[in-house]
Design a protein around this ligand. Structure first.
Ligand SMILES: [Mg+2]
Length: 299
């Protein structure tokens, strides 16, 4: 079994291959079934109370679940998803019938358009510098969400077949957790479940984007078709594309089946060099067809 190395950009970049293949694994919604509880029990109720949307709670939940969990925007940054949720909510027939005004979030959109990293740190600086009431309110919401997550999200176990895959991968591949969650939270969640030793390193948001993690960990060390990124969101596929790696999708709502197929079939193909091509393309096509752009009330 491999030993876990300390998490830093330097140690990720200087990670020396022990195997011919590399596997990067996303954490939230991929190894752990944590997306639903975080969204439904933390993000959405705090949106409702923060913006006083109790009268359209059902519609807000429908729009927010669509954007954050069941659409092509699954797994995107919280501020992007909030603006998109409000834009969908505004045209929801239930909201129009109720005559409820949905906040416009112009300043938030402006911050998104600025291209600055979309984090609470950026938001705190922008809110302070501009004195903008909307940004101050947005920051308060975002911090409330974090508090709620810390309070509510506990004891979420890994998917059973993810655990079985994690028992297998380190025997033949250099395996790293590639995530946009804070490293401190990742280390706690992986340690709680006794799976930390399955990966050589845990790379969280402080080490850069997922594409940067893969770039640092693999470029010049492995052939492109010997690198596999496993994830549950289109952003994971984009990170794989950025370094010309293979992508294996964990289908939202059908995670165990996806992990099981990886263990029984797809990982062997990856090791044998027969994963990329038609087989991978069919899996990705199926994955993308499950994450639509049109919300259910419009289709
Ligand atoms: Mg994920």
């Amino acid at each position: 079994m491999t030993t876990n190395e300390p998490s830093s950009r330097n140690s990720l970049a200087s990670l020396q291959p022990r195997h011919a293949t590399f596997v990067g694994i996303d954490s939230d919604g991929c190894v752990f079934d944590s997306m639903e509880i975080k969204q439904k029990e933390c993000f959405h109720p705090v949106i409702i109370s923060h913006w006083g949307l109790e009268a359209v709670e059902k519609e807000l939940r429908e729009a927010a679940e669509f954007v954050n969990l069941y659409s092509k925007w699954r797994g995107q940054n919280r501020f992007l998803c909030l603006v998109r949720t409000f834009n969908f909510l505004r045209s929801h027939p239930g909201v129009q019938a109720a005559g409820i005004e949905v906040p416009l979030l112009d300043s938030t959109q402006h911050m998104i358009d600025s291209g600055k990293p979309l984090s609470n740190d950026t938001l705190a600086i922008e809110a302070e510098a501009s004195g903008d009431a909307e940004l101050r309110s947005l920051l308060a919401w975002s911090l409330d969400v974090n508090t709620q997550i810390e309070r509510v999200v506990k004891n979420v176990p890994p998917f059973e077949w993810a655990r079985r895959c994690l028992d297998l991968f380190p025997l033949q591949s250099d395996t790293v957790c590639v995530s946009q969650t804070p490293t401190e939270a990742l280390e706690r969640e992986w340690a709680e479940n006794g799976i930390t030793s399955r990966v050589r390193m845990i790379a969280g948001q402080e080490l850069g984007t997922k594409a940067e993690h893969l770039e640092m960990a693999t470029t010049g060390k492995y052939d492109h078709d010997k690198v596999l990124m496993i994830g549950d969101a289109p952003g994971d596929r984009e990170a794989a594309d950025a370094v010309k790696a293979c992508f294996y999708p964990i289908n939202p709502g059908d995670e165990e089946t996806s992990w099981r197929r990886l263990r029984d079939e797809a990982y062997d193909r990856f090791l044998a060099g027969t994963y990329a091509g038609e087989y991978e393309a069919a899996l990705i096509e199926d994955f993308e067809s499950r994450l639509p752009e049109i919300p259910p009330w419009e289709s």
